[in-house]
Write a protein that binds this ligand. Structure first.
Ligand SMILES: [Zn+2]
Ligand SMILES: [Zn+2]
Ligand SMILES: [Zn+2]
Length: 327
């Protein structure tokens, strides 16, 4: 993520800012122009003061701009909500979704025209009722209870997942939705050739999903997944492999953009990530993550990038990069 110029002064804004710290102007992010405007120039999203702390501008045209959930004109992010934001724990999830949507717009993957329609339910597990994170036919359900750092640390430790974050969940579940929208035969934008190509890289997704997950949870992690998968969970089923790979690709491209814009390392020229050959992009990624982990070790905190993908897992990310940047 880069920084943005303030529309009112020479200062810079961070992506989540509601106001410029230099001049005090109230600002809002305009996703289709990838820039900030003052709130006098455009109507802010109706969720601006809600627990999701939205800082985007409202959509002014189209029937779904008027949200029945928030009772007002909302932005391209908040119109995806099926349920109102009630808990303060939604904030890291809404922030993660705004950040990820911006990446998808940049890749030419605006969800709005794709089928099945994309919607989210941000729900919170309680002692009586557990919320199951997942995707089903366009609807992504996330458990915002994981927005509580203590709870998240407990789950991380119990499941042995070093990297478990709200943004990881958002990117992973969007991977499932994109698979359905872009690859699956019912909704395919890529056609049979795209599906065959997917199977040659990730395997045959017609494998019984429920049985595969059951077998995954019953098995002991012996580390053998490391030879071909980005994570243990990716080895459960081709759909999970794709979703994990999709999420990882978005982690890489967001972090590389950040590094370039500050600039932390001498990176990829001015043409943007889509113009880079994958081998070059990945070489820069390795260089960057080495620095990143050494920086966090210097501060005595866990590695920011606790992964060491094997060549076959990297090849799958390369496949996705070529697919997403081909058009
Ligand atoms: Zn300013
Ligand atoms: Zn909004
Ligand atoms: Zn999944």
């Amino acid at each position: 993520m880069r920084r943005f110029p303030c529309p009112n002064c020479p200062g810079s804004l961070f992506f989540d800012n509601h106001r410029c710290v230099a001049c005090g102007t109230e600002v809002a992010y305009e996703p289709h122009r990838d820039s900030f405007v003052t709130t006098l120039e455009a109507t802010p999203c109706a969720s601006r003061l809600g627990p999701g702390a939205c800082n985007w501008v409202a959509i002014t045209e189209g029937t779904d701009a008027e949200s029945t959930v928030t009772k007002g004109r909302v932005c391209a992010n908040c119109r995806l909500d099926l349920v109102p934001d009630l808990s303060p724990l939604v904030e890291p999830f809404q922030a993660a979704r705004r950040r990820t949507l911006r990446q998808l717009f940049a890749l030419g993957l605006d969800p709005a025209p794709l089928q099945p329609p994309l919607r989210f339910q941000l729900l919170e597990s309680t002692a009586d009722e557990a919320v199951t994170t997942g995707h089903a036919d366009g609807v992504i359900t996330l458990d915002v209870a994981e927005g509580d750092p203590v709870r998240l640390a407990e789950i991380r430790s119990r499941l042995g997942e070093q990297y478990r974050t709200p943004i990881g969940h958002v990117r992973h579940e969007l991977g499932h939705w994109y698979w359905q929208a872009l690859v699956d035969a019912h909704y395919s934008l890529l056609g049979q050739a795209g599906l065959d190509d997917f199977r040659s890289v990730f395997g045959d997704e017609r494998l019984d999903y429920a049985a595969a997950l059951e077998a995954h949870y019953a098995s002991v992690d012996d580390g053998s997944w490391q030879s071909s998968y980005i994570s243990h969970y990716a080895s459960a089923h081709p759909w999970e492999d794709f979703a994990e790979t999709f999420a990882h690709y978005l982690h890489i491209t967001d972090t590389l953009e950040t590094a370039q814009s500050f600039p932390l390392v001498g990176l990829y020229g001015t043409g943007g990530l889509a113009t880079l050959d994958f081998d070059e992009l990945y070489r820069q990624w390795l260089e960057l993550t080495t620095v990143l982990n050494e920086l966090t070790r210097s501060m005595g905190v866990p590695d920011a990038y606790p992964f060491a993908p094997s060549p076959p897992a990297v090849d799958k990310i390369g496949w996705l990069h070529r697919r997403l940047t081909a058009s």
